[in-house]
Design a binder for this molecule. Structure first.
Ligand code: ADP
Ligand code: MG
Length: 610
């Protein structure tokens, strides 16, 4: 019997390998555009005929290739981008595997024209089925033009596998957008069957996004910009009102490479939280930059997935950066005309997203960004607090005082609604949901439920930090039966719940005995209160950014807050309002919803032409 194993000829091996890199015309578009970017071009033109089935051509004004390099470029594993395995951890270019040109040359007819700046003449090459058919010197401008003709002419099975022109063109457009969006400093054009479809002048990222996605996004983009030692994030998200019913305009880039990540997408969606309808999708174009060593580069580059060394940090970071951006945008109407001069000139307010801030924060550690995320609110709060106090302070009289109210935080949460305040300013409740308050410069509209949530949140925070809340002993201890998973969860929460005024003990078999609850839980409601709290808690449970305690407190605050629809007495409203403005962060709930809006008389006057 003869031996039967043979080495495959190069062209066959290349054809097989090409299957992984070049699946359709759009794959070639991606590879050729990325090569042009890597070559340092600042002008890149894409030309396709018949949805790329007949022709994909990319012309760039990059650094070009020498004669030898031009030949070498089409060999498998030929790359100028890495030399050894360590380089993989520093990779900054789009490509590095040296597979793209070899693959394209194995499954199409290729024409290359290239010239370096330092060479008199350029070089012209024709390659088909991995074989060089022609090579000659040619007059050329600096840069490279590669044409890929008749894709899969030699692999009919795969050619038949291609979809309709409309579908293939759609894939090409997607790839074109993904590359051109990441490099707004490069001019791109895209011509299909002789018609120029895109003409993207160099400009800012914002201009590029509007050029690509359409004018409807003009003035509807919120800048996202956070810098830390570990990673940077920049880009834009669409204002909530631009959210669409289809998941279309969502772009995530890591080190300028487009990626798909359901996990990080979730982080962005989470940041929008309740600002958009459940089944709608916000626009975003976000760029994460981090040390390539923090990425697992062994994931194949044509796959759009990516592995981070520490995915959770990236998640938390993305979510927080987007939240921060949205919060800044939502308070900006007040910031624009309301703050007094001494505050207005602070960089954090006047130029929250400037280049200066960008560079000055580059050295800050990751979590600093998190703690700073309410920076703008803090400043706004101070000014509003000042007005608020002025409003309470009748001439010659001292303020009713934040301190007094703060001290009361150890009595049950609902106590806030019964505490006396000694203002005679009448407050107005509208639609059993809003409280209208006149202040020095205009008026505030307070959302009662959101406001109370904020108050309770801060009160509970103090409670778990060491100022336990009072417990009201249940007359008849109540037992509560839970599903096994919920029982595990509740068990873990018992110590914190105790600080918050709940007294309960495990009783075996997923049963607990409730012996006491915070003062504001009506007797008979103990069980329902706990069950609701667990439900709410589970709602937060995929929010990995929060600790158990944070989730618990948010759940309780949401659940115990007075709801919309509750009629409030004057006293209750006054206590609510006063308690709100002694909060650390009075203007948003922990989940980022506004607690009040302020309207300036000046502005009203303007509107009415006074
Ligand atoms: P990779 O990009 O992974 O290195 P490719 O097969 O895409 O592999 O390209 C091989 C090499 O050819 C590149 O490393 C680069 O040196 C050279 N090359 C490819 N396209 C261009 C271009 N447009 N301009 C200059 N050099 C290029
Ligand atoms: Mg490449």
């Amino acid at each position: 019997m003869p031996d039967i194993i043979q080495l495959l000829p190069d062209n066959i091996a290349n054809q097989i390998a090409a299957g992984e890199v070049i699946q359709r015309p759009a794959s070639a578009v991606k590879e050729l555009l990325e090569n042009a970017v890597d070559a340092g071009a600042d002008e890149i033109k894409l030309i396709v005929n018949d949805a790329g089935k007949a022709l994909v051509q990319v012309i760039d004004n990059g650094k070009g290739m020498s004669e030898t390099d031009a030949r070498m470029a089409f060999e498998r594993h030929a790359t100028s981008k890495i030399k050894n395995i360590d380089d993989l951890f520093r990779i900054k270019t789009m490509g590095f595997r040296g597979e793209a040109l070899a693959s394209i040359a194995a499954v199409a007819q290729v024409e290359l024209r290239t010239k370096r700046a330092e060479d008199e003449t350029g070089i012209y090459l024709e390659i088909e089925n991995s074989f060089v058919k022609m090579q000659e010197p040619v007059a050329a401008t600096t840069g490279t033009s590669i044409s890929m003709k008749n894709l899969f002419f030699n692999v009919p099975a795969r050619r038949n596998f291609l979809k309709s022109n409309a579908a293939e063109l759609r894939h090409i457009v997607d790839e074109f957008i993904r590359v051109s969006m990441a490099f707004p400093e490069i001019f791109f054009s895209f011509t299909s069957n002789g018609q120029e479809v895109f003409h993207l002048e160099k400009g800012s990222l914002k201009q590029r996004i509007v050029q690509i996605l359409g004018n409807s996004y003009n003035a509807k983009l919120v800048s996202v910009q956070e810098q830390t030692d570990y990673l940077n994030i920049s880009g834009f998200v669409g204002k909530p009102e631009t959210a669409k019913k289809t998941r279309g305009d969502q772009y995530l880039f890591v080190n300028n490479r487009f990626i798909k990540s359901a996990y990080l997408n979730h982080a962005v969606m989470n940041a929008f939280n309740e600002m958009i309808a459940k089944d709608s999708y916000p626009m975003y174009a976000l760029f994460i930059d981090l040390d390539p060593a923090q990425l697992d580069i062994n994931v194949h580059p044509t796959k759009q997935e990516i592995k981070f060394e520490d995915e959770k940090i990236v998640y938390a970071f993305v979510q927080s950066a987007v939240k921060h951006a949205l919060a800044q945008f939502s308070v900006s109407p007040t910031l624009d005309f309301e703050l007094d001069a001494s505050i207005q000139h602070l960089d954090a307010v006047s130029k929250p997203l400037s280049e200066e801030r960008r560079s000055s924060t580059t050295s800050s550690p990751l979590f600093q960004t998190f703690t700073q995320k309410n920076q703008a609110h803090f400043i706004e709060k101070k000014s509003d607090l000042r007005h608020w106090k002025d409003f309470y302070e009748s001439p010659g009289e001292k303020s009713t005082g934040d301190i007094a109210i703060q001290k009361d935080s150890s009595i049950g949460s609902n106590a806030v609604l019964h505490k006396d305040t000694d203002t005679d300013q009448p407050l107005l409740q509208l639609h059993q949901a809003y409280i209208l308050v006149q202040d020095e410069k205009g008026f505030l509209v307070i959302q009662q439920q959101n406001a109370h949530e904020r108050i309770l949140y801060e009160r509970y925070m103090q409670a778990v930090a060491g100022k336990p809340m009072a417990t009201q002993q249940s007359l008849f201890p109540v037992t509560i039966d839970l599903a096994a998973a919920d029982a595990v969860l509740l068990n873990e929460l018992i110590p914190d719940l105790q600080q918050l005024g709940y007294q309960l003990e495990p009783f075996g078999n997923n049963t607990f005995v409730i012996q006491g609850t915070p003062a504001d839980v009506e007797s008979g409601n103990e069980k329902a209160a706990l069950e609701k709290m667990i439900e709410q808690y589970k709602h937060f449970s995929n929010d990995i950014k929060f600790s158990k305690r944070e989730k618990l407190i948010r759940s309780l605050a949401m659940q115990h807050a007075v709801k919309e629809g509750k009629v409030l007495s004057q006293k209750e409203m006054q206590t609510l309002v006063t308690s709100l403005f002694v909060c650390e962060v009075p203007n948003v709930t922990a989940n980022g919803k506004p607690t009040y809006m302020s309207f300036k008389k000046d502005e009203l006057d303007k509107m009415f032409g006074r």
